[in-house]
Ligand binder design. Structure first.
Ligand SMILES: Cc1cc2nc3c(=O)[nH]c(=O)nc-3n(C[C@H](O)[C@H](O)[C@H](O)COP(=O)(O)O)c2cc1C
Length: 363
């Protein structure tokens, strides 16, 4: 499957940045799930560009659900979401269409689609498509919340500036889920925004780290080898354009610890098994252990920057210098964070439907 993720709850993505619309089809949703359009609108608003530290291309994201819903509830047949592209300016891309943008997908798309791809605004590879991912993920996130599972993502680091550490997790997630620039410390958010603007004023861009916490996942979901919880979540996470790394729990820092430091001691609490630390990030042997899921992702700096860059003209295969135009985000991290919530929700719904059955999502 090329543009589809999931086994039992599967999402297919379609559209191009400057085409008529983008959208998603979700198959495998339980019948009778409530779909609150205001919830979808809220999540889309968290992805929408804000201020000078985002792209000036602002879309209303006036979505329509054209199948799979009757009287506000899922029917259980494929649900299709359409989001029109209304604020499109293709001229700058037509001018630079054949000079591949370094570290964007222009060259790799050319190799795969042999020049038939729609390159305007990055086409199918544009961050624009993540609006459809967010809309689809919002439906799954609502279903998980009804089951007592809460997802939230924060900007842990941006332009070398770090957010503060977590406090009470549920309260922190509830606050983050209302924020358009999702740090725990508002003062750090202002520092990060200033650093993004500084990079932008130099024709440059910055990256960062996103960290997600999921509360309420039951123990016992996942597979021991190929379809581990880590691999299924990573599969979903790597569909976020510009995401280049994933780390679960203490991740790479485990390598410098001794076993006595890295192990999570276990204890019984109110008839449940808990651990007193969570270096494993809530997953052991590919299976959830009932502790919060915790993972971080690396988001690279936006590839399209307003500086002259060496590249190749794809028609003549000669070296050229690209001075990119178009409307771009000087950082992606603050907009990608709600996309990370969305793909996490899609991945978890798929895993839950696989283990507990389709109807479990509406139980
Ligand atoms: C929300 C979001 C917005 C993005 N905005 C831009 C942008 O304005 N300009 C750009 O060059 N890349 C942008 N990207 C990243 C590119 O889509 C991505 O780097 C490109 O498709 C290459 O994929 P890769 O970085 O995963 O290899 C954005 C990504 C996301 C998730």
């Amino acid at each position: 499957m090329k543009n589809t993720f999931g086994n039992n709850v599967a999402v297919t993505l379609f559209g191009e940045s400057h085409g008529e619309c983008i959208g998603a089809v979700i198959d495998g949703l339980a019948p009778g799930m409530c779909v609150d359009n205001d919830y979808i609108r809220h999540m889309l608003s968290l992805r929408r560009p804000q201020g000078d530290f985002s792209t000036p291309r602002v879309e209303k994201d006036d979505f329509k659900i054209v199948s799979g819903i009757l009287n506000g509830k899922t029917t259980g047949t494929p649900l299709t979401i359409l989001i029109p592209n209304e604020n499109v300016q293709s001229a700058p891309y037509t001018d630079m269409a054949r000079a591949a943008r370094p570290s964007h997908a222009d060259y790799t798309a050319e190799m795969k689609y042999h020049g038939f791809q729609d390159a305007r605004g990055g086409g199918h590879f544009s961050g624009r498509l993540t609006a459809a991912v967010v809309a689809a993920g919002a439906i799954c996130k609502q279903a998980l919340e009804k089951k007592g599972i809460t997802i939230g993502t924060r900007i842990k680091r941006c332009a070398k500036i770090s957010d503060r550490e977590w406090g009470e997790l549920k309260a922190d997630l509830d606050t983050l889920n209302q924020k358009t620039f999702a740090t725990l410390d508002d003062a750090k958010a202002e520092e990060m925004k200033a650093a993004i603007l500084d990079a932008k004023s130099n024709g440059d861009s910055v990256g960062g780290i996103l960290e997600t916490v999921v509360l309420g996942m039951p123990a016992g979901i996942g597979e021991p080898y190929f379809d581990t919880m880590e691999s299924m979540l990573s599969h979903a996470l790597f569909s976020i354009p510009a995401l280049k790394g994933v780390e679960f729990g203490a991740g790479f820092s485990l390598c410098d610890m001794r076993g006595s430091e890295s192990n999570d001691p276990m204890q019984a609490e109110n008839g449940k098994v808990v651990t007193t630390t969570n270096h494993a990030g809530g997953i052991c042997g590919g299976i959830t252990n009932g502790m919060p899921l915790i993972f971080s992702t690396a988001i690279k700096p936006t590839p399209t920057i307003a500086r002259a860059q060496n590249t190749v003209d794809l028609d003549t295969l000669t070296d050229t210098v690209l001075e990119a135009r178009g409307r771009h985000d000087p950082a992606i991290v603050h907009r990608a964070r709600v996309v990370q919530d969305a793909v996490t929700a899609l991945g978890l719904c798929d895993m839950i439907a696989t283990h507990l059955g389709t109807d479990a999502l509406n139980a």
